[in-house]
Write a protein that binds this ligand. Structure first.
Ligand SMILES: Nc1ncnc2c1ncn2[C@@H]1O[C@H](COP(=O)(O)OP(=O)(O)OP(=O)(O)O)[C@@H](O)[C@H]1O
Ligand SMILES: [Mg+2]
Length: 475
């Protein structure tokens, strides 16, 4: 990110974007050599350099021919640049100063300026930047403490061994496992254990974004690419540059997008929607799915070349049923976590309750166990488990809507039974399952016809049938 100056210290890169060449010239002459000045004479070049050089500081002139400083600022913010941007404005240009602050500029300096004054501003911005980095690191370390992968069973030891080997590499990884087995935890650990740890971890849930929007979301679009595309917007791949992108529920990616993803995997490049220019990306890709991809291939919902490419390195997480010896460890981890979160001091479970937990089949895996322990801690009473474990547990979930989470218990802070999201999510899932079952019955299990009636694609119907565990004999 930064070069070294003549005295061998790390120099701080300062990108000056100004159509007046005197500005970068004066600054490179007069600023201490702690700063390495690079310059761009217009907004286009500025944006380009900001992305290739990643300078921590940018000095940006507001009044420029072509693209104005405000537009450059807006685009840089869209691209989620991590640079701090200081605006250069004419005297009395309050309107633009206000706008630039609204758009996220860190400071502004009036023209004409004294280089010594510029230096004071730069130092101030660098100091608050250092503080921000420190806080971010602290947050990350707190987060990773909670996100450790608990489990000593042979199956989990094997998983951890693989993770150690592959974390610090750029290898694409496919994480498989039932819902709630910790796929997202693993994806975050892979990022945290890599050289990219300080950069962004970007999660995209392929099942949560409508298929017609997914391409633009992932790859961005050019101005005029479709109605409403008033300006260029970079996609998640570009925003994730230098970091890790986590493509969750990859099995739900529409077929027509899969070839574009394959191109990113093989050539690290793509084209924005409506664009011609090939864009290079430097991003590590981690994918996850709880779907049976082999079935998806057989049903022609997944390209086999993509499957083979993704399958090169697969981490398969065991279900909780397959590693019941880890349950006591997980329970004490979650007791600690929720004692801390809710300022409680729940001591632990009785041997009898623990035995019940060990022999329960856990269709919702660790997520379900975690929710249960949370409720016990919050209510300070392990008797709630009898009530919860007795409830029928459909071993299914719709994409993104957990159905098998125990129903919220009255009196707890989080699961107070009134969480709109939980209640609506569960109700929608129930309604959806009933409706699909009904239509399948009426169409005599003709799935093409049923998909038409339901106005969803054949592919989504097959997926939902599987997710809800619907079968002909049951209906
Ligand atoms: N081995 C583990 N150790 C500690 N916590 C875990 C572990 N596995 C899962 N969890 C916790 O369980 C919950 C669910 O995990 P996660 O979201 O990673 O599951 P998932 O496999 O991505 O599920 P889904 O397929 O439903 O998205 C999270 O709160 C996570 O912190
Ligand atoms: Mg997940």
């Amino acid at each position: 990110m930064s070069g070294r100056n003549v005295s061998g210290e790390q120099a701080v890169k300062l990108l000056v974007i100004d159509d007046d060449p005197k500005v970068p010239w004066i600054l490179s002459e007069r600023l201490p050599n702690q700063y390495e000045v690079i310059s761009a004479s217009d907004g286009y070049e500025g944006i380009q350099l900001a992305s290739t050089e990643q300078p921590p500081l940018i000095l940006l002139d507001i009044m420029m021919p072509g693209m104005s400083g405000l537009e450059v600022l807006e685009r840089l913010r869209h691209a989620q640049t991590s640079s701090d941007i200081i605006m250069l404005s004419g005297h009395g240009d309050t309107e633009n100063v206000v706008k630039s602050i609204q758009l996220g500029a860190a400071e502004f300096i009036s023209k004409p300026f004294d280089p010594a004054e510029v230096e004071i501003h730069l130092r101030k911005v660098l100091e608050s930047r250092a503080l921000r980095d420190e806080n971010a690191q602290l947050r990350e370390s707190l987060k990773s403490r909670f996100e450790t992968l608990i489990g000593d069973s042979v199956a989990m030891q094997r998983v951890k061994g693989i993770l150690e080997e592959i974390a610090d590499s750029d290898l694409t990884v496919l994480i498989r496992g039932e819902s709630g087995t910790g796929k997202e935890v693993v994806a975050r650990l892979l990022h945290a254990g890599s050289a990219r740890a300080k950069e962004a971890f970007t999660k995209v849930n392929c099942a949560a974004i409508p298929r017609e929007l997914l391409e633009a979301e992932l790859f961005g679009y050019e101005r005029g690419a479709f109605t409403g595309a008033n300006k260029m917007k970079p996609g998640r791949f570009e925003a994730a540059t230098k970091g890790t992108i986590f493509l969750d529920e990859i099995g739900e990616m529409p077929l027509e997008l899969q070839s574009k993803l394959l191109q990113v995997l093989e050539q690290q490049e793509f084209v924005r929607v409506g664009g011609l220019q090939t864009i290079k990306v430097d991003v590590r890709i981690v994918c996850a799915t709880n779907r049976d991809l082999e079935v998806a291939i057989a049903e022609r919902q997944m390209r086999d070349d993509l499957y083979y490419r993704l399958n090169e390195i697969t981490v398969t997480l065991p279900s909780l049923r397959e590693r019941t010896e880890d349950i006591p460890l997980l329970v004490s981890h979650f007791i600690q976590k929720y004692n801390a979160a809710y300022s409680k001091s729940f001591a632990g479970l009785s041997a009898e309750t623990m035995q019940k937990l060990v022999s329960y089949p856990w269709p919702g895996n660790v997520r379900q166990l975690e929710n249960l322990v949370k409720q016990i801690v919050v209510r300070q009473d392990e008797a709630v488990i009898d009530e919860i474990l007795r409830r029928p547990q459909p071993a299914v979930r719709t994409a993104g809507v957990p159905v098998n989470v125990p129903e919220p218990v009255a009196g707890t802070t989080e699961g107070n039974g009134y969480s709109l999201k939980d209640r609506v999510g569960a109700a929608v899932a129930r309604e959806e399952r009933n409706l699909i079952a009904d239509v399948l019955r009426k169409t005599n299990w003709n799935r093409r016809k049923a998909a038409d009636v339901l106005e969803i694609s054949y592919r989504s119907l097959l997926y939902k049938i599987k997710e809800y565990g619907l079968s002909k004999s049951e209906l």
